[in-house]
Design a protein around this ligand. Structure first.
Ligand SMILES: Cc1ncc(C[n+]2csc(CCOP(=O)(O)OP(=O)(O)O)c2C)c(N)n1
Ligand SMILES: CC(=O)[C@@H](O)[C@H](O)COP(=O)(O)O
Ligand SMILES: [Mg+2]
Length: 624
């Protein structure tokens, strides 16, 4: 039997006989399961793409032919077949391989992905470049039914369908799931494509043709004609200019391989609809693909277990509870998520307030403008969104919400370092990209209780407002039950100290507090980046010689910059040390370790402050 261990590159795979591939698929699936159970990572989607990955590398001449994995969270089988099997034990850990495709990691990773729905645009760009260079190669986008709901995917299809002379194949990997169950009219349309016995018949297209292998072009025409003959009327994708084939069974190599060979021979703009199951081959994941979408480490023989001891409440949970409480007290509240119900803590809200819950699909831009429309008519929308994904909706935030001063609350989860997902998902830029927008309130809670207070405060503010909080939990502060608010733009002095004032924006306040204790510095929980508590800053500048700003966000343009701008405007001549995230992308790893590595733990802050203000500390020592 052919062994997975002997496949160092796809060329080794291509040397195998077709009959050996089923054995490889079994080993590959088992390897994915065992490996992810030891490292944590995206499981269900990868179990679902085992056969598709084998078929693609078997049929196409990778890496010369380009494969772009949309989102890329389903690319582990691809990593394993392209020389990274042994490195899978380092997946998503500091110094290890990424959980997503990266051009710098392998020549087989044709394009870096992680934010969804970019694959068709990227592949079209590559296909046009190849056409212009008269290079004969294939360009393949593998995109899930969830990722297909984003506007960007349709922008690309719209463009591709009328672009002449491009060799591109879009493979829709339809598992009838996003992270949570799929939503929207497109999902209903895809379900219709599979109804009425059509899918059952189409499933056998490849197998039937394999039995009498005709010359390639004849074969191609027959498969094409057969699949199309089953379709009436033309699919949406045909109307957009693609040659649509499918749906076919994405776990059946006898269907996949001849169909891909056929499409390869045809060239042009091809669209293949493949049906897979999320979690395929691992019963627990098949039964609950949501739970197994992105698990931590677990024992595959028993599956994911509930923690025995109570765990600290996460910021996501604090938000979820607050949302339900506020919805209970204010009938105008509506909650919006762009396809991140679980991750954003909205499961209970959906159950309790189904008519006020909106999962709009992977459609961040639409989510924000949809909220703007709701706000125009007196509803109070809360958009729950990861900091990194709000980047997608920046123009909507400015043009549709802030410019019209609409009452929309943004609950920004995963602000700052996110850990295992790495640079693509890091929420490092929201302070910088939000604080420059007129009308926008930017709140940075320092702990879980502050998060609740600031959510209520921002919600009651009659204009656009954002509250940012990180992945996981904070100090573990007890969270009050009420819906109290705090004065907008007012900071709180948590510790009165000597010559240095540390201004903390957000959850790094805890580490900053320890540094303040050690240095006998003043500690201020700033609460808001905007409006900035200018009165307090003016006052502190009278009594302190130096300032330190601390934030888990990009230093450039961040909260520290806001303080410096204010000092400059007011001609306040005090040195300011800005502590925060440097001007480079920060790779995956464990959150606390990354922060410590950047000098953003208590010891690191202390050391930076001592070094930066060495003269002051030396004089102090000399004077005492
Ligand atoms: C722009 C953007 N929004 C949200 C996400 C979070 N996200 C990652 S995977 C996923 C679901 C994707 O569904 P699908 O494409 O069908 O792939 P499947 O998980 O079913 O394999 C979502 C919402 C993302 N990666 N990018
Ligand atoms: C691939 C993707 O974008 C999501 O699955 C993401 O990895 C979820 O991150 P959290 O685990 O922080 O919810
Ligand atoms: Mg899907």
């Amino acid at each position: 039997m052919a062994s997975l261990e002997n496949i160092k590159t796809p060329a080794d795979l291509r040397k195998l006989d077709r009959s050996e591939l089923d054995g490889i698929a079994t080993q590959l699936r088992e390897f994915v399961l065992q490996s992810v159970s030891r490292t944590g990572g995206h499981l269900s989607s990868n179990l679902g793409t085992v056969e598709l990955t084998i078929a693609l590398h078997y049929v196409f001449n990778t890496p010369d032919d380009r494969i772009v994995w949309d989102v890329g969270h389903q690319s582990y089988p691809h990593k394993i077949l392209t020389g990274r099997r042994e490195q899978m034990s380092t997946l998503r850990q500091q110094g290890g391989i990424s959980g997503f495709p990266r051009r710098c990691e392998s020549e087989y990773d044709a394009f870096g992905t992680a934010h969804s729905s970019t694959s068709i645009s990227a592949v079209l760009g590559m296909a046009v470049a190849s056409r212009n260079a008269k290079r004969d190669r294939q360009h393949i986008a593998v995109i899930g039914d969830g990722a297909m709901t984003a506007g960007m995917a349709f922008e690309a299809l719209n463009n591709a369908g009328v672009t002449p002379g491009v060799n591109m194949l879009v493979i829709l990997n339809d598992n009838d799931m996003s992270i949570s169950p799929p939503v929207g009219a497109l999902n209903r349309y895809l379900a219709r494509l599979m109804s009425g016995g059509f899918y059952a018949a189409a499933k056998n297209v490849g197998r039937a043709v394999l039995q009498h292998v005709p010359p390639m072009l004849e074969f191609a025409r027959r498969v094409e004609g057969h699949a199309k003959g089953l379709m009436s009327p033309a699919t949406l994708f045909e109307e957009l200019g693609f040659n649509y084939v499918g749906p076919i069974d994405g776990h059946d190599l006898d269907a996949l391989i001849p169909t891909l060979e056929n499409l390869k021979a045809l060239g042009g703009a091809q669209f293949l609809h493949v049906v897979t199951r999320k979690g395929q081959g691992y019963k627990l994941a098949e039964a609950d693909p949501v739970l197994y979408h992105g698990p931590g480490k677990f024992d595959p023989s028993v599956g994911i277990q509930k923690p025995k001891a109570p765990t600290k409440q996460t910021f996501t949970q604090v938000f979820g509870r607050w949302l339900c409480d506020m919805a209970q007290s204010d009938a105008r509240l509506v909650g919006i998520t762009p396809a991140m119900r679980e991750g954003s803590g909205m499961v209970e809200f959906e159950q309790r307030f189904p008519a006020r819950y909106f999962d709009v699909g992977i459609a961040e831009q639409h989510a924000v403008t949809f909220a703007a429309g709701l706000a125009c008519e007196g509803q109070k929308p809360v958009v729950a969104i990861y900091s990194t994904f709000l980047q997608r909706a920046y123009d909507q935030l400015i043009h549709d919400v802030a410019l019209q001063d609409l009452d929309v609350t943004f609950a920004l989860d995963r602000a700052g370092i996110v850990g295992a997902d790495g640079a693509t998902h890091a929420g490092n830029y929201d302070i910088a990209y939000l604080r420059c927008i007129p009308n926008m309130v930017v709140a940075t809670p320092s702990d879980e209780n502050e998060a609740r207070l600031l959510l209520s405060t921002c919600y009651q503010h009659p204009g656009p407002a954002s509250v940012r909080y990180p992945r996981g939990s904070g100090s573990g502060a007890t969270v009050s039950e009420g819906l109290d608010t705090v004065p907008l733009g007012k900071a709180v002095v948590r510790r009165q100290g000597g010559r240095i004032a540390i201004l903390a924006f957000g959850t790094l306040a805890v580490a900053a507090g320890k540094a303040a204790d050690a240095l006998d510095a003043t500690l201020v929980d700033m609460r808001f980046v905007k409006p900035l508590d200018e009165a307090l800053l003016r006052e502190l500048s009278q009594s302190h010689q130096a300032f330190v700003t601390v934030e888990e966000g990009a230093v450039m343009g961040g909260a520290g910059s806001a303080v410096l701008e204010f000092f400059s405007r007011e001609r306040i001549d005090r040195p300011v040390l800005q502590l925060g995230l440097p001007d480079r992308f920060i790779d995956h790893g464990e959150q606390a370790a990354i922060l410590a590595g950047l000098g953003l733990d208590a010891e690191g802050m202390q050391a930076s402050i001592r070094a930066h203000f060495a003269e002051m500390f030396n004089n102090e020592r000399a004077g005492s």
